[in-house]
Design a protein around this ligand. Structure first.
Ligand code: URA
Length: 232
């Protein structure tokens, strides 16, 4: 890979900025100060330093965010704070949320620049599990649970696919769905004459929201976590 491309991918600056860093002698490859932006480097093995700090090349970046209520799942928005505003500074370029949570929904959101992974996790054909903790307005009956599990008419062309619904002792519901229709959980609750009071995504594609990740906090996924979602 060209040195300037590598430096841009490591997110230390734009193409013109990294060229200026090279000119200023701020980049080293091993012990040698780099002088050419088009130098060919081995991105996985060469030791490249910026102001003395080793740069590690990662093809993709994967972030887990515990989304708070009141922020929108978008890259930019004219009115509202976005999930991307919570990640400051952004550790990589071209990051986007994988799917969407409503403004008032909290919980697990993945943000990545791995477009293929994003596509696979959202593909209706892949039936990736998403589990939500739902606080309903009224208590749910056995019949409501049965209907939620079997699939029900929420006003679309087709009924929802079979889901898994587990009622907790406190009356909240753990609902696992394999689709991602618009406002799906809210519309499923409405279809059983109920209403969602609060909604939190607690797992997505085998990843569980870590208990120690507070609302508004984020971190990069560990290698194990990445493998878990990639190998699905
Ligand atoms: N279903 C909803 O209704 N809202 C969400 O944010 C996610 C799933």
């Amino acid at each position: 890979m060209r040195l300037d491309k590598f430096l841009v991918k490591c997110n230390i600056g734009s193409r013109s900025e990294v060229k200026a860093y090279i000119k200023k002698g701020l980049i080293r490859i091993g012990d040698a100060v780099a002088s050419k932006a088009d130098a060919d480097i081995d991105e996985n093995n060469d030791e490249v330093y910026y102001r003395g700090e080793r740069l590690i090349y990662k093809e993709f970046t994967y972030i887990i965010l515990n989304k708070p209520s009141g922020v929108v799942t978008a890259r930019t928005d004219n009115l509202d704070k976005t999930v991307m505003d919570l990640i400051d500074p952004l550790p990589a370029k071209d990051l986007s949320p994988v799917g969407r949570l409503d403004k008032d929904t909290t919980g697990l959101l993945i943000i990545t620049n791995d477009g293929d992974l994003s596509h696979r996790m959202l593909s209706p054909k892949k039936h990736v599990d998403k589990t939500y903790l739902v606080k309903p307005e009224h208590s749910l009956s056995d019949d409501d649970i049965r209907r939620l599990c079997e699939g029900l008419d929420i006003g679309d062309d087709k009924p929802t696919l079979p889901a898994k619904a587990v009622l907790n002792e406190d009356g909240s519901l753990l609902l696992t769905i394999h689709e991602g229709r618009f406002h799906q959980v809210k519309r499923m609750l409405e279809a059983v004459d109920n209403r969602v009071i609060s909604l939190k995504r607690v797992s997505f594609g085998g990843l569980v929201l870590p208990e120690d990740l507070k609302e508004g906090d984020w971190r990069e996924l560990t290698e194990d976590e990445i493998q878990k979602i990639i190998l699905r």
